[in-house]
Design a protein around this ligand. Sequence first.
Ligand SMILES: C[S@@+](CC[C@H](N)C(=O)[O-])C[C@H]1O[C@@H](n2cnc3c(N)ncnc32)[C@H](O)[C@@H]1O
Length: 406
Amino acid sequence: MLATQKQYVQWFENETLRHARWLSESNHLPPARIVLVDDKTTADEAYRLACEGTSLLWRGDFHNAKQLLQALKRRIERTNERSEQRKIKKAANKPAKSNKTAAESSETPKDIPNLFHQQRQIQAQRSRILSRLLLELDTDYVSHLRRAPDVSTACTAAFGQLDKAADESCVLSFRDLQGALGAAQWREKGVSIESLGVSIYPHYGVFAPTRHEYVQLLLDAPLPTVNNVAYDIGTGTGLLAIILAQRGVKQVVATDLNPRALACASENFTRLELANVQLQQADLYPTDAPLANLIVCNPPWLPAKPSSSLEYAVYDANSTMLLGFLQGAKQHLAEQGEIWLILSDLAEHLQLRTREELLDWFANAGLAVKYRLDTKPKHGRSQDDTDPLFAARSAEVTSLWCLQRV
Ligand SMILES: C[S@@+](CC[C@H](N)C(=O)[O-])C[C@H]1O[C@@H](n2cnc3c(N)ncnc32)[C@H](O)[C@@H]1O
């Protein structure tokens, strides 16, 4: 889905001023300086230019561009490692205020939120540098580079049609193209949700439930005695609505703000022939729906500012969605109704929120905890002890909080 406000880039090529539509899913502004690069450009030269803020429009062989991207990644990693070593050295040379070693003091719990923000900054800087390698596609999303694969189906699915009448080409980063190609594969092969016995087909830019340990919680939680109407707030691919429909809830109303999510959920419901699930584009709660006996929601788990449209399903700035969800719940809940809130406590381990705060938010919304079901994530990152945030990630617990009116 392209931004309605079109943006353009321009550059000189063969002494002609060229321009093209600018596409960026990472919300990067159109680059101010573009130079042409090809197979003769060395990785060191490309890295230097990209670090200086120059964007590189690739005119060589398509596969060589992929290799250049790998070479840029290795250079970024080496630079980050060197800067990490410098920090450790600096800390080691500082006069000790306590009897802790430098390594111990750099991991004191009070540094964790800082460490989290530093890690995000490192990721953002990495993304900015890598996104400086660009390619041009014509108005049908065809690349005219040597050995270029067919990317037009993946790009149309991810970014929507270009304006063919205007016959405009587009320029985008190789990274965004790789994102679109990866998403096209997920969309084709699907994510198998074994405990449910179905596959879910995520679209580009929609939260893909590749980590789905919480599905078992939704299968284990006893349904409220009256369960005619349920809402799934922030449905994404439609996964939670599908679980409720499969468990026998008669009418499920699923909402999302993201048009890509609505298109994706609709396709998943149709595939599974679920006629009793309705979709609405809404900011949180549906309008004109009967009161719900059950409201489920799996909001983004981390209270931090998303840095691109693709991060809106992961980061919830100032806990806006979570707080809005809780505050609106009672108004939409039938008398004996239940809320099932899916939330990990990673934010607590990262010291971005406390448990007391969360419990206060429940109480302020007039909700009491009826019970809680927990599960431990098994995904790779929770077991990677080289991750600077390993202590927090390995302690993470994902819960289904069953809430009801006080
Ligand atoms: C973490 S994802 C969960 C998706 C899905 N429920 C699941 O469990 O796989 C959060 C979803 O909430 C949606 N969302 C964020 N803010 C919203 C809002 N104010 N109203 C409705 N949906 C919202 C996002 O677009 C995203 O699809």
